[in-house]
Design a protein around this ligand. Structure first.
Ligand code: SDX
Length: 376
């Protein structure tokens, strides 16, 4: 039990609020969205249906799902002044910085949805719809691909891949991306969601809260890990070098990205599902290189540190096999987690309490003020 008088660094194990959106059982490795097990949702649902579930607390009927799907498809276009601003952003910027800046600027052009409260659901759906467009417009410019076109008929998973790669995915690729979007959609009070709730708890607006979240997700200890996993695989090169490279990292007390978790004490259930998709996509592409490296990496890291894979270990290998550039991996995480972020912001608005913990002061007290001309 947490002793509230003692400092809980990183707020570890501190229960900060009540929520009905997401439950993580870190001991048994279970993840639940609004009562539904992630294994059922990954196998049988879609990102659009899961977004509805997170926002409204229940699975949609066919008409409700069709209406939300159509609305997201219709909201994908950027307001022209924002599209112009994205065009003017530095082409060598990290896409997470583009995303953070564009999300913030979007508030200028959508004033009707920035009022804190239930009306922010409109902004939630707009943000979910436009994140792939922002990423696609930026990446197409730097990659010399044709300008993005509205494709309201595509699922969010298919549209995301079309936006980034200028091609429609195969059925298997679309399903792999849709499963990844379902798996990344929410995760209780992870750092970026907590950042969004802290912002919303001051009665600040939805776009400010999601701007906080995007900046927080970028960190390599959080959403930035998936990109670093694949860069490590490229650095290792072959399975026979895994042991040597990992031992060197651990000897230098470096973190092996994609492993460990603040809450899961066993395998992250999302890693279990993504491992299988990494294998399936690798076999479909005739390229098990990343999958074989990751399996060896798991063996060595678990033997040396007793650590289990988290959601970031296998996701990047799937995106890389589909031809997605590495620096777009964390933005894909954001394009999914925006559903969870916005669901938590709406829940905060519903039962608002300013989030303001305290610090244990360990500095000096009662120092005499010395005028500057008398200081040494
Ligand atoms: C995500 O919170 C969420 O829910 C996040 C997320 C979500 O969906 O939103 O699940 C997404 O962010 C997943 C995590 C992605 N990050 C990484 O893969 C980065 C590598 N992982 C670590 O940095 C670490 O495991 C954390 C940050 C994820 C969790 O760290 P904790 O709970 O603060 O644990 P810790 O840093 O106190 O580590 C405990 C011990 C330490 O050993 P000692 O120094 O005590 O000997 O385990 C070691 C750590 O050194 N350790 C690792 C390690 N993770 C922990 N050692 C090597 N490699 C690692 N990855």
């Amino acid at each position: 039990m947490v002793d509230s008088s003692e400092v809980q660094r990183g707020l570890q194990d501190v229960v900060a609020l009540q929520s009905r959106i997401c439950f993580i059982d870190g001991v048994r490795g279970r993840l639940i969205y609004q009562g539904y097990d992630i294994r059922d949702l990954a196998a049988r649902s879609t990102f659009e249906e899961v977004a509805y579930l997170l926002w409204y607390g229940r699975l949609p009927n066919a008409a409700q799902l069709a209406e939300l799907t159509d609305r997201i498809g219709a909201l994908r276009a950027l307001p022209p002044p924002l599209a112009e601003r994205v065009e003017a952003m530095p082409v060598d910027a990290h896409p997470m910085d583009i995303l953070r800046t564009a999300v913030s600027a979007l508030a200028f052009f959508e004033p009707e949805e920035t009022k804190p409260g239930p009306s922010s659901i409109g902004g939630a759906q707009r943000l979910t719809a436009v994140l792939p467009t922002i990423l696609g417009q930026f990446h197409r410019r730097r990659a010399g691909l044709p300008p993005i076109r509205e494709r309201p008929e595509l699922s969010q998973a298919a549209y995301l891949l079309y936006a980034l790669l200028d091609r429609e995915p195969s059925e298997l690729e679309e399903k792999a991306i849709d499963v990844a979007l379902v798996l990344h959609a929410d995760h209780e009070l992870n750092a970026s969601t907590f950042a969004a709730r802290v912002t919303a708890s001051t009665l600040s607006d939805l776009y400010s809260a999601i701007t906080s979240a995007v900046g927080t997700l970028k960190g390599p200890l959080h959403g930035g890990a998936n990109e670093r996993v694949v860069r490590l695989l490229d650095q290792i090169g072959s399975t026979d070098r895994v042991e040597e490279v990992v031992r060197g990292m651990l000897d230098r007390h470096e973190r092996v990205m994609g492993f460990g978790h603040r809450v899961y004490k066993v395998e992250d259930p999302r890693a279990t599902i993504l491992r299988d998709w990494s294998r399936r996509i690798g076999e479909a592409k005739g390229d098990r290189h990343y999958f074989d490296l990751l399996r060896r990496l798991e063996e060595v890291v678990h033997r040396e540190k007793g650590l289990y894979p988290n959601v970031d270990l296998y996701s990047g290998s799937i995106y890389a096999l589909l031809g997605v550039p590495y620096d777009l991996f964390t933005p894909i995480f954001a394009a999914s987690r925006v559903a969870g972020w916005t669901a938590h912001v709406l829940e905060e608005y519903e039962d608002l309490r300013l989030i303001r913990p305290t610090a244990k002061y360990v500095g000096a007290l009662d120092l005499p003020y010395v005028p500057v001309d008398q200081r040494g």
